[in-house]
Design a protein around this ligand. Structure first.
Ligand code: GAF
Length: 373
């Protein structure tokens, strides 16, 4: 019997929102909150997954996976679609058969529904474990693709690949500058600690699900915009193309397009400014990103706007919502000495507006997925 433990982190996206499925640029980093998968092989051809979130384990025959996904995903509880979807995607992508049955026990300290990609953490830990034990030989980028396939087809969320890449490739004190067309990834030093800065996460507790509603609608609007402009993806447009886009499109589609095109540019500018001037200089780009998501992409909610405004008023260097939107968390880049004041100000602003209390904590750019034991 083989046993071992693998883990993968959640992520914060520093900048570059809804650009990944438009084949553009993103700048996420992995965080210290992780999901662990303890694995033991078994001597039959079955997979049994259990989770600290649900007392009921789920067991399926490996040979049945192709039948279960993607059409029959409703047959298993939602949390189990992630690990089983990864197993299914691995077997489908590699054509491997006669693999060992496994027991997977999942535990996690990645906050759920906070926009910190607890889903990519489950996928990354499961994919890493099964890749090793089944000796599939896939590299980290291939494992990130497997996670995205699981999410798209087994869970039914039409997401891009940013979260899985961040979870697989994360490095301490660094972000991953990812070209989502080529999947070329560069490690970008953040230098937060050296500059005396902290990255605060402000979890609004407003929950969201990308398998329903707004996320898919935004993606469809982007695809419509690219088609109208006659390009394969919005990545192929630059800010100079926006006047023509405005002439050709209805107002809503144009504003969705403008968000993506300007956000891609903001990612490139952030990478350049981090290298040239350091992290204290990226505040205006974070704020511009938030305004674009609030006004053009329309994926913010009052709680996220309140967190950003209160953090800025209390001295944050920059702030923005992070992740897919419609809830989840905002981030603020804050000088170490200002963390208590910003935390108190955001908490007070939520109380004033009758919102439930936010959960505010710092995160550290951290290492990606791997085997722990
Ligand atoms: C979610 C998705 F999973 C990502 O692929 C990305 O599109 C993000 O929303 C928005 O930038 O986290």
């Amino acid at each position: 019997m083989t046993t071992g433990t693998w883990s993968a982190p959640g992520r914060v996206n520093l900048i570059g929102e809804h650009t990944d499925y438009n084949e553009g640029f993103v700048l996420p980093f992995a965080i210290e909150y992780r999901t662990s998968v303890a694995l033991a092989t078994r001597d039959d051809a079955r997979i049994r997954v259990s989770s600290s979130f649900d007392p009921e384990p789920v067991e399926v025959a490996i040979a049945d996976l192709a039948e279960i996904f993607p059409d029959g995903r409703d047959q298993v509880p939602e949390w189990a679609r992630y690990p089983l979807g990864v197993a299914w995607a691995l077997l489908q992508a590699t054509g491997a058969d006669a693999v060992a049955g496994v027991e997977l026990a999942i535990t996690s300290d990645v906050p759920i529904g906070a926009g910190l990609s607890s889903s990519a953490a489950i996928e990354g830990a499961t994919a890493s474990a099964l890749n090793d034990v089944w000796e599939l030989g896939l590299d980290r980028v291939a494992l990130a693709r497997i996670g995205r396939t699981a999410e798209n087809e087994a869970v039914g969320a039409p997401t891009g690949i940013m979260d899985q890449m961040a979870s697989m490739l994360g490095r301490e004190d660094a972000a991953i500058f990812l070209d989502c067309r080529s999947l070329d990834a560069q490690v970008v030093d953040l230098g937060f600690a050296a500059a005396g800065l902290e990255l605060l996460v402000m979890d609004t507790h407003v929950t969201h699900a990308h398998s329903t509603g707004g996320y898919g609608e935004r993606r469809a609007a982007c695809e419509r915009g690219a088609e109208i402009m006659g390009v394969p993806a919005l990545r192929d447009l630059t800010p100079e193309d926006l006047p023509r886009a405005q002439e050709l499109m209805d107002d809503v589609t144009f504003r969705r397009v403008r968000h993506v095109v300007t956000e891609d540019q903001r990612v490139l500018d952030t990478v350049a400014i981090l290298a040239g001037s350091g992290p204290e200089a990226i505040g205006p780009l974070l704020l511009a990103s938030h305004a674009s998501m609030r006004d053009d992409f329309e994926i913010s909610v009052p709680e996220l706007d309140t967190a950003v405004e209160a953090a800025m008023a209390a001295g944050a260097i920059g702030a923005r919502m992070t992740g897919g939107g419609f809830g989840g968390a905002a981030i603020a880049l804050v000088r170490h000495a200002d963390v208590p004041a910003v935390t108190d100000a955001v908490t007070a602003a939520f109380a004033d507006r009758g919102f439930s209390a936010p959960n505010i904590f710092t995160v550290l750019p951290s290492a990606g997925a791997g085997r722990d034991a």
